[in-house]
Design a protein around this ligand. Sequence first.
Ligand SMILES: NC(=O)c1ccc[n+]([C@@H]2O[C@H](COP(=O)([O-])OP(=O)(O)OC[C@H]3O[C@@H](n4cnc5c(N)ncnc54)[C@H](OP(=O)(O)O)[C@@H]3O)[C@@H](O)[C@H]2O)c1
Length: 257
Amino acid sequence: MTTTPPWKVVWVTGASSGIGREIVIQLAAGGVTVAASARNAGKLAGLGPKVKPYPVDVTDRAAVMLTIKNIEQDLGPIDLALFAAGTYTPVEVDYFDPIVFETAIATNYMGTVNCLAGLMPLMLERGAGHLAWIASVAGYRGLPKAAAYGPSKAALINLAESLAPELGLRGVSVSVVNPGFVETPLTAQNDFPMPFLMQVPEAARRTIEGLAGKRFETAYPWRFVAIMKLARLLPYWLYFWLVRKSVIRSQPDHPKS
Ligand SMILES: NC(=O)c1ccc[n+]([C@@H]2O[C@H](COP(=O)([O-])OP(=O)(O)OC[C@H]3O[C@@H](n4cnc5c(N)ncnc54)[C@H](OP(=O)(O)O)[C@@H]3O)[C@@H](O)[C@H]2O)c1
């Protein structure tokens, strides 16, 4: 890690796997005390002496409240919270299951809201702290197979935009992290090409660097981010034409190929 972390105590959700886990490891290596949360307690163990496991399901509001209380009692005030807990199930238009949508919103969006509901009042009272969460470039515009995941991530970006100005005035920073494709168990299920696929250590390093700089948005890899930001400006007819072309290219057996 090139940046010296400016925090004493950091809470990370989604810490048992992928990006969240690697962020915990890199922060701990930089001397930060880390409270690590996810559902799987076994996978939170053995992350080193600077890492204390606090297993919790972020969809369980009461359990989240208790976890925050326990962390602050044990470790002191949380300086930075990074909500990385997330889930992704691709949506096939022929198998449209509302449960998939419910789970995406409950975990990705409401899971973050539950964590905010517990921690934000404490940070506001202190007039200090940094709240951050991982959304995705999939929240920029609708993408194939992301009909459940994309809206949950778009909502997280909007949530950050909505809270940042007001919390900023009261001494609390808000940041949103928007990764492109990163090689983790979450993306392992994708059966389509993932442009500019990034490795986890690099994604974690860039996330920490962005948060240390108190950037509102940290997004990577830049080439994919630039394409997706440009795509936001395109009129629907052109955007849909490009998406259809890419779907047909990635699925040679598609009926329209
Ligand atoms: N990989 C990518 O390309 C990519 C791109 C953009 C954004 N993201 C976002 O980055 C974040 C991390 O993703 P990843 O790729 O590292 O995925 P991952 O390896 O599958 O990790 C997901 C983490 O979330 C935890 N989690 C899931 N449901 C939970 C719940 N109800 N309560 C508490 N923890 C829960 C999982 O732990 P347990 O199962 O132990 O609970 C795990 O630690 C996610 O928000 C994801 O949407 C990923």
